[in-house]
Design a binder for this molecule. Structure first.
Ligand code: NAD
Length: 353
């Protein structure tokens, strides 16, 4: 297939492109605006692959997107470009409305015009795969309930509301215009190349610098965590074998409280980068207050407004229909992630800069 990936310089998009180039024969065009969250360095290992090309463009720029479609002639679009950080959406929702809603609308319209002029066989085989989040479902308060593909939407943050709106647009373009779409809603991802403002990389890097490890509220919010390479494998399954018009929930069977996640990172760092040999800023030898375990840096901060209590995914449909299951456990994935950050501190410094 010739696959146009939007947002391929981001955290999940770059994992997907590495998977497509390293493990398949597909051709890839990465269309990315390169916001603060997009880093071509995440693709350095595959950038020279003759099956890969890159175009810097905004999904909202209809002329640029239409040109890219006409030239590249994709068989599928995998749409990951988005503003994705909940805290940023609370501080400044405008960019989320613009990219996630208006940008998705513009991309759908450019795609529809391109799709309509394909010959019948290619039009039938074409797929528009929209990559979304479990946050569109709102939150769960009991311990047993799970989000299924039929759970009603109840988003809480400007981020999740903008993703919910884009999901609705994508489904409407199928219902109204017949565009062959697929939607996936996935739980929290973690792994290499995650921008250091998100919980797991932030905690690793703050810990190494001896800074406080902020935990919202009482830290008892529950999230389901999926290793990003497992997500990339699921996305490839869905775009290749998923049933048109269907939604697939993707999750890691890995429910953890935020506090447990932070404590687990501290325990791994205590093992892999013990404090005695790694005194960060503000922690000097001979300082009686210097901590012995990274756990001592945990600091509870005021809860995020509108903070969802629990997300948990029922991923049985994708397992049943497409035979996908996560390969990493939380323990194995988190260990790989912590090691990756310890080995790639230069990358972190550069993308933060
Ligand atoms: P990210 O913020 O790391 O990357 C987003 C990418 O999109 C960046 O490369 C950025 O430059 C690009 N981009 C932003 N606005 C653009 C625009 N207007 N035009 C073109 N490119 C633009 O995000 P991520 O964590 O990789 O998430 C990718 C997708 O997966 C998003 O749609 C997100 O909603 C969804 N998702 C993320 C998670 C998660 O845990 N990170 C979970 C489920 C779903």
């Amino acid at each position: 297939m010739r696959i146009l990936v939007t947002g391929g310089a981001g955290f999940i998009g770059s994992a997907l492109i590495r998977h497509l180039l390293n493990d398949t024969e597909h051709q890839v065009l990465n269309l990315d605006k390169l916001t603060y969250a997009g880093n071509l360095e995440s693709l350095a290992g595959v950038a020279d692959n003759p099956r890969y090309r890159f175009l810097q463009a905004d999904i909202g720029d209809s002329a640029a997107v239409s040109r890219a479609l006409a030239e590249f002639q994709p068989d599928a679009i995998m749409h990951l470009a988005a503003e994705s950080h909940v805290d940023r959406s609370i501080d400044g929702p405008a960019a989320f409305i613009q990219t996630n809603i208006v940008g998705t609308y513009a991309l759908l319209e450019a795609t529809r015009a391109y799709w309509l002029q394909l010959d019948q066989a290619r039009r039938q085989a074409f797929r528009f795969h929209h990559i979304s989040t479990d946050e569109v479902y709102g939150d769960l308060h009991g311990v047993d309930e799970l989000f299924t593909e039929n759970t009603p939407y109840a988003p809480s943050s400007p981020y999740s509301a903008s993703k919910a709106a884009s999901d609705h647009l994508v489904r409407a373009w199928q219902r109204t215009y017949g565009l062959p779409v697929l939607v996936t809603n996935c739980s929290n991802n973690y792994g290499p190349y995650h921008f250091p403002e998100k919980l797991i990389p932030l905690v690793i890097l703050n810990a190494l610098e001896g800074k406080p490890l902020p935990v919202y509220g009482n830290g008892q919010q529950v999230r389901d965590w999926l290793y990003v390479e497992d997500h990339a494998r699921a996305l490839l399954k869905v775009v290749s074998e998923g049933r048109v018009g269907e939604t697939y929930n993707i999750g890691g069977h890995n429910e953890q409280t935020n506090l447990h996640v932070v404590e687990s990172i501290c325990a791994l760092l205590d093992e892999l980068a013990p404090l005695e040999g790694n005194l960060g800023a503000g922690m000097r030898d001979g300082d009686n207050a210097a901590p012995h375990s990274y756990k001592e840096l945990i600091t509870f901060v005021a809860d995020r407004p509108g903070h969802d209590q629990r997300y948990a995914i029922d991923a049985s449909k994708i397992e049943r229909e497409l035979g996908w299951k996560p390969q990493e456990t939380f323990e194995s994935g988190l260990r790989k992630t912590v090691r990756w950050y310890l080995d790639n501190l230069d990358w972190c410094r550069r993308v933060r800069g």
